[in-house]
Design a protein around this ligand. Structure first.
Ligand code: GAP
Length: 425
């Protein structure tokens, strides 16, 4: 596998991802998404929403506030338990997570200064009386009654959302892997207690289906049964889906059985009845919850690591991203063979316009020789390039070139949009 710097370099060079606030020297744990990164992130969120929300009648979407009052975090247990052990160098003031340093390390890895005793450092950002949410799940729990009252769902049902979470990580690192501000895609699936194992298995299978759909190499993903002592305070069972990142095997996604912990705590702390009434018996009870959770940044990183390729095509070395067409930031690039032939350029613009009417994320490029234009598109993962040449002016056919194989075929320009739409679905 390639090293992380190769991926970071490509992302910067080609407009996918930049260091946050770069012209001021950056801010640790923040990254900004450029035109191609923003497009790809958007595609992944859309794909996720289709896979987990729109295709399930019993899963309801939500978009809740990023700011939530301290009472929520008291009830959820985050005020008390969402902390990492921190040590600080007495000389250079660098901070480290004690659990990441290893037991034998007693001096600062940066300057060999003396390290402080560990203390528990809460990872939530506080703003006035509120906290920036460290997980989006609590938005689903505090709106549980609103969903019951307005949508009248029967168990089992889910509440899903995509949104920002914020964690004051002590040591942000490894590009998008550990940052302070990130998007989560997640749902809470409410069930009867007796059915938790069946539902846990269901979402475990669906998570693997998602991994394949988004274009993460399954061979690089491994399940880890998280032992009790390492589980979050709310979890009765957790499986981590770990990925072989260039910096080691680390958590990509999580699947947790949260029992009735959250709803029970919110009933206790808010005094509001959050029980579900069985439609037949009228008996009220607190549903249990299965929670599949997906970090967007880690998804992007795993997709990039899975799709990065270096090979030789037509005797030339090239780099390409074998992205699934559904998430590629640019789906099709249209080229006139030569820039200085007005007839070719006009025909190419006309064909570009026709495709753009149906598939919006496409590009036009008339800069440099065709070989260079192919390389530029390969590097950003554009699945197809279309070239308009002199023959096109006579027979209306264009050359469509496939990114991965480099193979070319002649297709009538009138059939192009349908051809791509079919391939995209
Ligand atoms: N509601 C459950 C929850 O938030 P989590 O394991 O703490 O669980 C969920 O986080 C997912 O968020 C992780 O599986 C990972 O994909 C992503 N994630 C967690 N911390 C992150 C960080 N500092 N930077 C980027 N992604 C992170």
């Amino acid at each position: 596998m390639m090293n992380l710097d190769t991926i970071v370099g490509l992302c910067k060079r080609r407009g996918f991802i930049f260091p946050g606030s770069e012209i001021y020297g950056g801010l640790a744990g923040t990254w900004d998404f450029g035109p191609l990164g923003a497009e790809m992130a958007h595609n992944i969120k859309e794909l996720w929403w289709g896979h987990f929300v729109r295709s399930h009648e019993e899963i309801y979407g939500l978009s809740s506030s990023v700011l939530m009052p301290e009472k929520v975090w008291d009830a959820s247990g985050h005020l008390e338990s969402f902390a990492d052990p921190l040590v600080e160098c007495k000389k250079c003031k660098h901070r480290f997570r004690r659990d990441q340093l290893g037991n034998s390390v007693t001096k600062c890895p940066e300057c060999k200064g003396e390290l402080s005793e560990p203390r528990q450092f809460n990872l939530m950002f506080k703003i006035g009386e509120a906290h920036l949410r460290p997980e989006i799940a609590q938005g689903m729990f505090v709106n549980f009654k609103n969903i019951l009252d307005t949508m009248r769902p029967n168990l089992p049902f889910g509440i899903a959302q995509i949104g920002k979470a914020f964690r004051n990580e002590i040591a942000p690192r490894d590009f998008l892997f550990r940052v302070r501000e990130f998007d989560l895609m997640e749902f809470e699936y409410f069930i009867r207690e007796t059915e938790w194992e069946k539902n846990f298995e269901r979402w475990r299978t669906e998570t693997w289906a998602w991994i394949e759909k988004v274009g993460i190499d399954k061979k690089l993903v491994h399940e880890l049964e998280v032992p009790e002592e390492d589980r979050a305070h709310y979890s009765k069972r957790t499986i981590d889906f770990e990925f072989d990142f260039p910096f080691g095997k680390k958590e990509l996604y999580g699947l947790a059985y949260r029992g009735d912990y959250d709803l029970s705590r919110h009933i206790e702390h808010s005094g509001v009845d959050l029980r579900y009434a069985d439609p037949e018996s009228g008996k009220k009870f607190i549903p249990h919850v299965i929670e599949p959770t997906f970090g967007l940044g880690r998804t992007i990183l795993a997709v990039l690591c899975s799709s990065y390729r270096e090979d030789e095509l037509g005797g030339e070395k090239r780099i390409y991203l074998a992205l699934k067409p559904s998430i590629a930031p640019v789906k099709v690039a249209v080229f006139p063979l030569l820039k200085n032939k007005p007839d070719l350029v006009a025909k190419a613009k006309e064909i570009y316009g026709q495709i753009k009417n149906k598939i919006q994320s496409i590009a036009f490029d008339d800069n440099g020789n065709i070989g260079k234009r192919y390389r530029r598109q390969d590097e950003i993962g554009t699945p197809w390039c279309v070239t308009i040449d002199f023959q096109t002016l006579e027979d209306g056919k264009v050359t469509v070139r496939d990114r991965d194989s480099g193979e070319q075929e002649r297709i009538n320009s009138k059939e192009l949009s349908d051809y791509f739409i079919k391939e995209l679905n």
